[in-house]
Write a protein of this length. Structure first.
Length: 192
């Protein structure tokens, strides 16, 4: 009996993000959009923030939600709504980087700012050390790592980033290796 209830709840879940988006695409009901924003807004902002600065993250998230409104008719329930949302955010972010020729210097400035912070091994500074390690990654590695931390499968990351599954695996392997290397170096500097 519990199997039947589980199956029924999966088939008729009216509150899943995918179901909410399908209903919003058909009706345009702002209350449904608000529910989607409430369930996915923080995750989207966190993802974009890990790939940019706070001001740009806010702008990209706003542009992405505007795209959801404009392109609601293009949504197809063939995968996770969050994957569709994150793909649009990623595309917005890449467009922003392309239009902003100073993106490399801005990333270097973020790294320089992090290096100015005196680090000691307490919880707050461990977080700063990890943030520094994350910022030191190449964009593609940081993107794959952050998507995995958001709970996306390798296949979903492949779909979002428009690259092969093997490329995703390589990016994740290099990202984890580089994070370990930077953290080991930082911890070594702490003990000197």
């Amino acid at each position: 009996m519990s199997f039947a209830l589980t199956l029924k709840s999966k088939l008729f879940d009216r509150t899943s993000n995918e179901n909410l988006m399908m209903r919003y695409a058909k009706s345009g009901d702002r209350a449904l959009l608000t529910k989607l924003y409430d369930t996915c807004g923080d995750d989207l902002f966190h993802f974009v923030l890990t790939l940019s600065d706070p001001t740009m993250a806010k702008d990209i998230c706003q542009k992405t939600w505007l795209k959801v409104i404009e392109k609601k008719h293009l949504y197809q329930q063939s995968g996770q709504f969050k994957a569709w949302l994150f793909t649009m955010a990623r595309n917005q972010l890449i467009d922003e980087f392309r239009s902003n020729k100073n993106s490399d210097s801005e990333i270097e400035q973020l790294l320089d700012d992090e290096q100015c912070v005196e680090v000691s091994l307490n919880d707050e500074n461990i977080s700063l050390m990890f943030d520094k390690a994350l910022l030191s990654l190449a964009f593609e590695q940081r993107e794959a790592f952050c998507l995995q931390q958001e709970g996306f499968s390798l296949q979903e990351i492949s779909s979002i980033t428009h690259c092969t599954l093997e490329t995703v695996k390589s990016r994740l392997r290099y990202a984890k290796h580089n994070i370990r290397k930077v953290l080991s170096k930082q911890c070594g500097e702490q003990h000197e």
